[in-house]
Write a protein that binds this ligand. Structure first.
Ligand SMILES: [Fe+2]
Length: 88
């Protein structure tokens, strides 16, 4: 197995490809969290009331997905790539 430099400067247990994939997954789920949170906040009218809590639940699920990926990234010695959180 290939190794990379981990968060503390030590060797990671994972390949760069896996760590990059985890960082990409974190970024995608954080963007989804923000998208659904705003849809929750901006839902208006009768239709808004009907879907408001659905958007909120999905936003929280996406945040939990991000947390799971972040836990795994940290465990494997990866470094969070914050630049991915706001880019496409
Ligand atoms: Fe997700």
């Amino acid at each position: 197995m290939k190794s990379t430099v981990g968060a503390e400067g030590g060797k990671s247990m994972a390949s760069k490809k896996l760590l990059d994939g985890l960082n990409k997954a974190i970024a995608m789920d954080l963007r989804a969290t923000i998208q659904y949170m705003w849809q929750h906040v901006m839902a208006l009218g009768v239709e808004g009331v009907a879907v408001n809590n659905v958007f909120k639940e999905i936003a929280m699920q996406e945040m939990k997905h991000s947390e799971s990926f972040a836990d795994r990234l940290f465990y494997l010695g990866g470094i969070p790539q914050q630049s991915l959180w706001t880019s496409k």
